[in-house]
Design a protein around this ligand. Structure first.
Ligand SMILES: [Zn+2]
Length: 77
């Protein structure tokens, strides 16, 4: 398993590719994917990066909104 990146020794993350129906290993530092044989398959595209950033942003927004709601409820009671 290509758990660590050959280029920078960072931990790689398994990302399931729905299109190819296989798991590729992503290095967030080098922005590339390798297959299970540790061969570089492709670079991470900008849209993929944006998608991941958007997910993190949505998560943060949800946490903030939930926190605000709880405060408001306390005020009403
Ligand atoms: Zn790397």
């Amino acid at each position: 398993m290509p758990l660590f990146c050959k280029q920078c020794n960072e931990r790689r993350y398994p990302i399931f590719q729905t299109a190819e129906k296989l798991t590729l290993w992503l290095c967030e530092k080098c922005n590339n994917y390798v297959d299970p044989k540790d061969v570089i398959v492709r670079e991470r595209t900008k849209s993929e990066k944006d998608e991941m950033d958007a997910k993190i942003d949505n998560f943060k927004k949800t946490v903030v909104l939930t926190g605000e709601k709880m405060k408001r409820r306390k005020g009403v009671n």
